[in-house]
Structure formats: C-alpha cells, structure tokens
Design a protein around this ligand. Structure first.
Ligand SMILES: Cc1cc2nc3c(=O)[nH]c(=O)nc-3n(C[C@H](O)[C@H](O)[C@H](O)COP(=O)(O)OP(=O)(O)OC[C@H]3O[C@@H](n4cnc5c(N)ncnc54)[C@H](O)[C@@H]3O)c2cc1C
Length: 347
C-alpha cells in the first residue's frame, strides 16, 4: 500500500517510522524536523549551532522516551544541566520549579533538528525535500492524487497523512478536489485550532558574557514583552570557547505588534530590553538573526476525531491536535500511525 505523508516535522516523521508500507514523505523546506529547528552560523571563531524554534526536548511520554533513548542514536544527545529560572514584568528573577528542573532537558550536539535527521535517516521511508504539496484530488477508485504547488503530479496514494500546522492544512484542503460537504466539515474542524506568532531573536557575542546559574529564563506572569531567554552556549557543542549566544523568544502581543519591524531595529530593541533585565550591557552583540514563526505553538486545539475518519484514507496529525510540544507531536504521529494500521487491518 502506498502512503503519502505531507510534512517532515516530528509528527509526520514519527508516523512514517511507525508505518510498514511504502511511505513517501513530502517536505517543502530543505531540512527535516520542522519547528524542531536548528540553524548554524559560520563565525571566524568557529561554527555556532542555534535552536531557534523548539528550545529543548523532553522524554516525558513513552513515545519520545522510546524513540530518543532506545531506538535512535544517543551518541550526540546531551542534557542541558543548568536549570530554567523565572522572571516577571518587574524584572525580578527567581529560581525555577525544582520538580520541572529535575527532568532532563535534551538537546543534541548539533541542535534539536538532529532528531528529525535521525528519524529520516532510518531508511524505512523516502523523504522528498523542497516539495510543497499544493493540492489533493480524490479519485473515483478512492485513492488520492497529489500535486505540488506548480501543479506537477506527485503520485497516487491509498492513504494520505497531512502533518502540517492547521492553518496550512486548511489552505491545502481549500485548494483540493474533495466532496463539498466533507471539505466543509474538515475546514470547520481545522478552524478550531489557532496558533500564536513568535519572533525569535538570536544575539551572538565573540566574548564571554557574564555566567549565570541558569540556562534560561521564562517570563512567569506573561506580562513582559520577552517570553523566554536562553543561553544557547550552555548546550554542549553549540558554541566554541569564547563565543556566547542568546535566544530571545518574544511574547505573543509583542510579536504581533512588531511583526513588520525591520530586523535591525528589532534586534537593537530586544538587546536593550535584555540588558535591562539582566543588569548587563548586551547591546554590543557581534551578529544577530531573526526568525518570524507564524505558527509557533497552538493556543487552541482541534479535535482529531472530527478530522480523522471524515474521508476514508485521509488522516491528520500535528501539535494542534494534542499540544505545542515536540514530544506531544511525536505522540500524535505515533497514534495516527496506529489508527492507519488498524483501519487497514479491518478493511
Ligand atoms: C519558537 C518556538 C519555540 C518552541 N519551544 C518548544 C520547546 O521548548 N519545547 C517543545 O517541546 N516544543 C517547543 N515548540 C513547539 C514544537 O516545536 C512543535 O510543537 C513541534 O515541533 C510541532 O511538530 P509538528 O510535526 O506538529 O509540526 P511542524 O514541526 O510544523 O512540521 C510540519 C512540517 O510540514 C512542512 N510543511 C508545511 N506545509 C507543507 C506542504 N504544503 N507541503 C510539504 N511540507 C509542508 C513544514 O515545512 C514542516 O517541516 C516551540 C516552537 C516554536 C516555533
């Protein structure tokens, strides 16, 4: 049986790994892992790896524990030993929750995107990168024909698993040839989910900034423009000696208000804000970068039972069905793969 998976994020790749049919995964970008994303920067002092989407991975559920700690290579895996502390809008910094800090916060030597690379490298399925699926067409025999955004055919499949954020899934369904009433039902179920935007700012220093007892700070009262600040150089292998890297993830309101602000003004404003928070001059960064996440994490979720089963052979997975965490996306992928296997067994 031929199965197409649309999206090589952690949900899509986990599902593909758990299916034993002929599976092809289509991914619009150049890499694996989706929002479990890492960028690297060639600096004169050496390469720097920066996780600019998901900040770390948790093995809190059985799916992720088995995948990361038993099935995939652990050679480059490391626990970020330092804790996460909190700050509030008055910039009072406090020790974080000891219980939450006791659980490992995993990253890989070359960033969290290694998880996607390891899943894709398992060789159990094919991944076609730089292929954006633009349309599905339900055929008379119940199979689905797929096309890319330039209308090139991508093959015909008995089952299709849509593993992309809800907004993008809604767009894809809208452009597809599916029976009208089911299309409306799918659109309305997808609309229940919503995502927040997030501006992710990277600030790099060719010097040691002041060491801190924490790895990251999280805004506890959600009243500060800054939601999260991470010391990326505290992750093993991410930076060379003498390099420091901060990742600032901005709150929803600030991200919406400043979405169109040009990068230079944005990084200067954020660096000034961080300097004030930490009481340290951090406005003299040597390099910087900005990522605009239109779909960062879901605010509201959709109900998978209103999507899976609406049309035979058409399935949905992703964090908007379960919660905005990598381990939850993996769990969603694993459970939809089980449902696909079961539907075939009972067919
Ligand atoms: C700024 C930020 C911070 C976060 N922090 C954390 C954290 O600290 N810990 C944590 O656990 N989680 C965190 N998350 C959430 C976590 O990254 C996501 O919940 C998880 O990665 C979602 O996985 P997914 O597979 O559902 O979707 P995605 O990762 O979005 O995967 C979908 C994939 O589909 C591709 N795609 C989209 N449309 C098409 C198309 N038409 N054709 C082909 N391919 C397509 C995309 O390129 C992408 O690769 C964070 C996310 C962001 C953005």
């Amino acid at each position: 049986m031929a199965i197409a998976v649309i999206g090589a994020g952690i949900a899509g790749l986990t599902a593909a790994r758990r299916l034993d049919d002929t599976v092809v995964v289509f991914e619009k970008s150049r890499g694996f892992g989706g929002r479990a994303a890492t960028r690297w920067y060639e600096r004169p002092s050496g390469r720097v790896y920066v996780d600019h989407g998901a900040q770390y991975l948790k093995t809190e559920n059985e799916t992720m524990r088995r995948l990361m700690l038993e099935e995939l290579s652990t050679a480059d895996l490391s626990d970020i030993a330092r804790p996460v502390w909190t700050f509030d809008a008055d910039h009072v910094i406090r020790e974080g929750d000891p219980e939450q800090n006791a659980a490992p916060k995993w990253s890989y030597r070359h960033g969290v995107s290694t998880l996607g690379k390891l899943l894709a490298a398992s060789g159990r399925f094919e991944v076609r990168l730089r292929t954006r699926v633009g349309r599905l067409r339900l055929l008379a025999d119940g199979r689905y024909a797929l096309y890319d955004v330039e209308k090139n055919p991508l093959g015909e499949y008995e089952q299709v698993l849509i593993a992309i954020p809800s907004g993008q899934a809604a767009e894809l369904i809208d452009n597809s040839d599916l029976p009208q009433s089911e299309r409306i039902a799918l659109q309305s179920a997808l609309q229940a989910a919503s995502y927040r935007r997030c501006l992710s700012i990277v600030l790099g220093y060719e010097r040691d900034i002041a060491p801190r007892p924490f790895y990251a700070l999280v805004n506890s009262d959600r009243r500060d423009p800054l939601a999260w600040l991470a010391y990326e150089h505290n992750k093993l292998g991410h930076a060379q000696r003498g390099q420091s890297v901060l990742v600032a993830q901005m709150g929803e309101t600030y991200s919406l208000e400043q979405w169109e602000t040009e990068n230079e003004a944005l990084v200067n404003e954020v660096a000034a804000h961080i300097s004030e928070l930490l009481g340290e001059r951090l406005t003299d960064f040597d390099w910087a970068d900005v990522q605009r996440w239109r779909y960062s994490q879901p605010n509201t979720l959709a109900d998978p039972s209103q999507l899976n089963g609406v049309l035979r052979g058409l399935w949905f997975t992703g964090d908007y069905l379960i919660g905005g965490r990598v381990h939850l996306a993996a769990e969603s992928g694993e459970s939809v793969a089980a449902a696909i296997r079961q539907s075939r067994a009972s067919a």
